[in-house]
Design a protein around this ligand. Structure first.
Ligand code: ZN
Length: 428
């Protein structure tokens, strides 16, 4: 007897959709096949796609920026995520300067994440790190993480990684995630919102990427939120670089900063020119993963300063990240938002609809439409507000448990997902 049988839908597996039934027991996909078996709960999925749960590799719940904190906590953010078919999020620990701070950084984020209704994992983050890189890598791996993020910018808030630390990290068997902007070409005190892109120009991304590619590495280089088509092109010349971008760089351009409420769009790296956006869209096949960089603030927080340097940077979109990308690229986008993420970070039993894998999946109606709401999570606006997207997420399941069904949310205790460098593969 199975717990749940999903009957008559089209299952996404191996890069395509095919008609099949999915049988779940104890949170695990036990059987995929055309036959029928007894089950406690039988769900008619005719007309629906059964898709692997989205794994978002890049979110910032309750990100403390000193003067302000991003407005989604792990509960609100995970509910917003469940609406979008997301079943696992990878968040970031607070930046540390020494390996001695690591255990506490993990503990405090782990406590906050208890509120999540979907599964969660973490990336360690370095500030102006002056400690022992080898010892840090040991601790990170032992605690069930496979990645460490660094910034090549933000010297003004002491988060810029020293070059020798970056080099040491790239020499370790770990995923080194890099926020790449050339600090010398960034003007962190720039005030004008309408021309904000000038303060962190395309040249600063390209220059930082060139510097990165010149470094020797043994581990895996993962470049977060590449904002331009030219940046993607530059990276694609190198083997074994994981390239991530975000929905906003595919949809929006720096023209949005000129709007009356242009501050609502401020984020870093900034939105680029229309030409770069279009080039990015054409280069989609070169990307490995899509992360949302979900970091929402309330409207008032974004608008009250009128000074680009002070406006908190970041936007939210996790409820719509899959829909936005599906509307541009169809089912070809799915692997970049599930399987590839699991492969890159070594998330065992996740990322695919496959016998033996966790039953993390969502039911998707390709014929319905979704109107983007201003009120998902704790924020009160969306940069995509009122946009009509084809398709609708009907039901989201985490380890076989329904967490969202037809707009209703169900309580669930998300689990910490261990990532293991030894479980990672280069199949992406
Ligand atoms: Zn980020």
């Amino acid at each position: 007897m199975y717990d749940t049988a999903l009957i008559g839908g089209e299952v996404y597996a191996g890069g395509g959709l095919f008609k099949s039934n999915v049988f779940i027991k104890d949170g695990v996909i036990r059987l995929i096949g055309l036959e029928e078996h007894p089950s406690k709960d039988v769900v008619d999925c005719s007309g629906l796609f059964i898709l692997p749960g989205i794994i978002d590799p890049h979110v910032h719940m309750e990100l403390n920026l000193g003067h302000v904190t991003s407005c989604d906590d792990f509960y609100q953010g995970s509910v917003a995520a469940a609406f979008g078919g997301v079943t696992t999020i990878l968040d970031f620990l607070d930046p540390i300067e020494s390996e001695m701070k690591y255990a506490n950084a993990l503990k405090s984020r782990m406590e906050k994440a208890q509120a999540s209704i979907i599964d969660y994992g973490f990336h360690a983050t370095l500030g102006n790190f002056r400690g022992d890189v080898k010892e840090l890598v040991r601790q990170v791996k032992r605690s069930g993480l496979s990645s460490i993020k660094v910034f090549t910018t933000y010297s003004e808030s002491d988060r810029k990684v020293p070059k020798e630390v970056l080099e040491a990290l790239l020499g370790e068997e770990i995923v080194t995630m890099v926020h790449a902007e050339d600090d010398e070409l960034v003007d962190a005190r720039y005030k004008e919102i309408s021309t904000f892109e000038n303060s962190r120009p395309l040249t600063s991304e390209l220059s930082a990427l060139k510097d990165l590619l010149a470094l020797k590495r043994r581990g895996v280089l993962y470049v977060v939120h590449v904002s331009s088509g030219s940046g993607v092109e530059l990276l694609s010349n190198m083997k074994h670089v994981v390239i991530e971008s975000c929905p906003h760089y595919f949809y929006l351009s720096k023209e949005s900063f000129k709007e009356e409420q242009g501050a609502l769009y401020l984020l870093a790296p900034p939105l680029r020119s229309r030409e770069e956006r279009d080039k990015l869209n054409k280069r989609i096949s070169l990307l490995t993963t899509i992360g949302t960089d979900h970091c929402p603030f309330k409207k008032e927080e974004k608008l009250k300063y009128g000074d680009a340097a002070k406006v908190p940077k970041g936007i939210g979109s996790i409820s719509y990240s899959f829909l936005l990308m599906y509307n541009k690229f169809g089912i070809g986008i799915i692997d970049k938002m599930s399987k590839n993420v699991a492969a890159v970070f070594g998330l065992k039993d996740k990322g695919e609809i496959k016998e033996g894998h966790r039953a993390d999946l969502f039911l998707f109606d390709p014929l319905k439409h979704t109107v983007v709401s201003a009120h998902m999570g704790a924020s009160d606006y969306s940069v995509y507000q009122d946009m009509v997207l084809k398709g609708a997420v009907i039901r989201t399941m985490v380890s076989g448990k329904v967490v969202m069904d037809d707009g209703r949310v169900f309580e669930n205790k998300g689990q910490f997902v261990r990532s293991d460098f030894n479980d990672r593969t280069d199949e992406y």
